[in-house]
Design a binder for this molecule. Structure first.
Ligand SMILES: [Zn+2]
Length: 73
């Protein structure tokens, strides 16, 4: 079963960031609003990502994951 990634509505990036316990986490968001953590180190915990307050990894956009768009590839 394929799961597409959601992208930033401003720049189309599929990489998002958030802070969890003062640690920056990089992650993708699937069309099912599942988070796929890509941070190095392996200590990141996707369960603590709040999808109503995420930041784009490439541009100043931040907001709710519901505002993301399906990636056009
Ligand atoms: Zn962006």
């Amino acid at each position: 079963m394929e799961s597409e990634l959601l992208a930033c509505p401003e720049c189309g990036s599929e990489i998002f960031t958030t802070m969890v316990a003062e640690q920056k986490i990089d992650f993708h968001v699937s069309t099912h609003y599942l988070t796929l953590v890509t941070s190095k180190g392996g200590s990141s915990d996707a369960r603590h990502i709040h999808l109503n307050n995420i930041h784009c990894g490439l541009c100043p956009w931040s907001g709710n994951a519901r505002d993301l768009v399906i990636s056009g590839n």
